[in-house]
Design a protein around this ligand. Structure first.
Ligand code: COA
Ligand code: AMP
Length: 635
């Protein structure tokens, strides 16, 4: 059956389609039906079924006689370590940690924040939570204490599980002091912490609050899998919104298991037992869906890679991992390939390794620029598949479904809608646009299984942020168009989210931080096209009258402030002091025009601009940073 037929089958009978997909999941109690729409526009899938995610990801493979198959390969060029964990070993480790958590009072519905580097214990902690029905919320290690505190306050976790440190090229990042600061700042303190001591840097523990990973589990009874309802949250994952308050995406258990399992074969084209590698981080949605849950639920071996595409030790690391572990499918962000291409444009490292086992490369997280896609295709000789999705959806909205049929998707397009997604391009009034016309991309409700059901403790905010602009639709926040053949093109965000090295960041949040600097009267942050990272943030600062400060000093303090408050991942390194910001007559800052000037793109003088002369000042200020750089290709 080809893609068109599969998509049509879903269109004709969406519930039947997903009930059939649900058969591949082990249920304690089968759901009576697929869709629960009583609370529309909030929807649930398989709500009255009962199941356990950890059972589906781990135990069932052991029960089926695959206990000796490797579940997780930890490949850590940054520490020089490797480990292989079979499904049977994984079950034992997860059950023991789950037992220890339960002994300490963590149960169904309790939240657990996980703040860990790319070590197997991160996946073990996630699975241990789902085993006992606790709801985990993983926080990416590149976020600062303040961001961790915001998430702790929103999720109100009973416990935090953390690593003592992360390791970045050339430096150790001590996580524990960040955790201590975050707990200090948070209003809702966790009862206890479990700390994995890494040999690179052990952490000081606070007696009575902190437990060492091994000691915590000593003598604990292994816990069994606790059945939960289909609509029970499997996890909360915070993502950037338009303000400093991150949005807690809630992922219900049943839809998550069903959709991810379906996607492994149909989208990625892998069979159980094969090695699948998503080179991302467990702190991002790609890590949740395709390092941990998707591959494990489907019975694949997953690779947990602790390193960078370049510099650990060289631009051949990815190829070594593929050759050494017989990786069949690789998934990463285009920025990783841009980094490799920059260091090894002729592919010398590529040819050092036997990559004959690799069947496809999938890219997502940001726009895949045609240069990078063509380079990857030429070097690897396998299909390079761009696919489009977001934290909220948890799996691909649009892709080229390799496991169903490899479509002739033009370079520049992430393909066609996956079953479950009725994608529409709408104008500002919600009217559907024709082929080739650029508009807001929306998805007709209900969203499919595996997507978010709401925001944590914030149904109203979910409705306001996502479901209100176009009634009956979910607003993706992306703008784009569909061509005559039905292929989608994702062009830009309609909000202030920017994408830096595949990391989703909010310029609004950075502005909030800058505005808190005592000498800053007003500010704006824009995303500027960058050859390597896709986009990088650039700040504009107006200082308080009579502040008398050296602009360079304030800029340096602001750069440091964003690093301290949001984290190094924000990559806020450039700012300029200007007299005024360009605004419309109603006072709206013209960020889009500023970004166009920085990128050297064509732009039109906005009709509503208050004082056009300000744009000359902006142009001059950007010139001091070297913009435009004529490298907008990636953006
Ligand atoms: N803990 C602490 N700090 C971290 C971190 C972590 N887990 N991850 C990144 N950082 C820091 C980096 O050290 C860097 O700090 P610096 O400014 O002091 O150098 C900063 O955050 C920015 O990191 P990043 O944007 O990742 O840049 P980089 O130069 O370290 O690496 C790439 C560039 C392209 C190699 C890297 O971004 C990459 O591999 N990206 C893939 C993106 C990805 O996996 N996206 C997920 C969706 S698929
Ligand atoms: P995140 O929630 O971090 O996964 O970021 C999701 C956002 O990244 C999307 O809303 C898009 O703006 C962007 N994005 C993800 N994948 C793609 C893609 N294949 N092409 C273009 N943009 C993408």
């Amino acid at each position: 059956m080809g893609y068109a037929e599969v998509y049509q089958r879903w269109q004709e009978d969406p519930e039947g389609f997903w009930m059939e997909a649900a058969e591949a999941i082990d249920w304690v109690k089968k759901p009576s039906k697929a869709l629960f729409d009583e609370n529309a526009p909030l929807y649930q899938w398989f709500a009255d079924g009962e199941l356990n995610t950890c059972w589906n990801a781990v135990d069932r493979h052991v029960a089926a006689g695959r206990g000796d198959q490797v579940a997780i390969i930890h490949d850590s060029p940054i520490t020089g370590r490797q480990a292989r964990i079979t499904f049977a070993e994984l079950k034992e480790k997860v059950a023991r940690l789950a037992g220890a958590l339960a002994r300490q009072g963590v149960g169904k519905g309790d939240r657990v924040v996980i703040y860990m580097p790319m070590v197997p214990e991160a996946a073990i902690a996630m699975l241990a939570c789902t085993r006992i029905g606790a709801i985990h919320s993983v926080v990416f290690g590149g976020f600062a204490a303040n961001e961790l505190a915001t998430r702790i306050d929103d999720a109100a976790p009973k416990a935090v599980i953390a690593g003592s440190c992360g390791i970045e090229p050339g430096r150790i990042v001590p996580y524990k002091p960040l955790l201590d600061q975050a707990i200090e700042m948070a209003a809702r303190k966790p009862e206890f912490c479990v700390i994995l001591q890494r040999p690179e840097q052990e952490a000081d523990l606070i007696p009575g609050r902190d437990f060492e990973w091994e000691a915590f589990q000593e003598g604990a009874e292994p816990a069994d899998c606790v059945p939960v309802r289909g609509d029970h949250p499997c996890y909360i994952l915070y993502t950037s919104g338009t303000t400093g308050q991150p949005k807690g995406v809630v992922r219900p258990t049943a839809g998550h298991a069903v959709a991810l399992n379906w996607s492994m074969k149909n989208i990625y084209g892998v069979d159980p037992g094969e090695v699948y590698w998503a080179a991302s981080d467990v702190g991002w949605v790609v890590g949740h869906s395709y390092i941990v849950y998707g591959p494990l639920i489907h019975g694949n071996t997953t690779v947990l890679f602790e390193g960078k595409p370049v510099g650990t030790p060289d631009a051949g690391t990815f190829w070594r991992v593929i050759a050494e572990h017989d990786v069949k499918v690789l998934f990463t962000a285009p920025t990783a390939f841009r980094a490799i291409k920059r260091e090894d444009p002729t592919g010398e490292f590529v040819r050092k390794y036997d990559l004959s086992g690799l069947r496809a490369l999938f890219l997502a997280g940001e726009r895949a620029d045609p240069d990078t896609v063509e380079w990857a295709k030429a070097q690897l000789g396998v299909p390079v598949i761009d696919h489009w999705w977001q934290t909220e959806t948890g799996w691909a909205i649009a892709a080229n479904p390799l496991g169903i049929e490899l479509l002739p998707v033009p370079v520049g397009s992430p393909g066609v809608p996956m079953p479950g997604y009725d994608v529409r391009i709408l104008d500002e009034g919600g009217k559907e646009l024709s082929a080739g016309e650029l508009g807001a991309i929306a998805i007709r409700l209900p969203l499919p299984p595996g997507t978010l059901s709401t925001l944590w403790n914030a149904d109203q905010r979910y409705v306001e942020k996502y479901l209100s602009t176009f009634p009956g639709f979910y607003e993706t926040g992306d703008a784009g168009y569909r061509d005559e053949e039905g292929y989608l093109y994702i062009m830009a965000r309609t909000d202030d989210v920017i994408n830096v090295a595949g990391h989703r960041l909010s310029t609004g949040q950075m502005e909030e931080v800058l505005a808190s600097h005592p000498d800053v009267a007003e500010c704006a942050v824009i995303g500027v096209a960058d050859e390597l990272k896709g986009q990088v943030p650039v700040g504009f600062l107006c200082l308080n009258a009579g502040s008398g400060r050296e602009p360079a000093e304030v800029v340096a303090e602001c750069v440091q402030l964003v690093r301290e408050r949001i984290g190094p991942v924000a990559f806020f390194k450039q700012a300029v002091v200007v007299e005024r910001l360009p605004k419309t007559r109603s006072g709206k800052i013209l960020r889009g025009t500023m970004a166009a000037i920085a990128d050297g793109r064509q732009w039109k003088m906005p009709a509503t601009i208050d004082d056009p002369a300000i744009l000359d000042e902006i142009e001059a200020a950007l010139a001091t940073l070297g913009y435009p750089r004529g490298n907008g290709a990636a953006g």
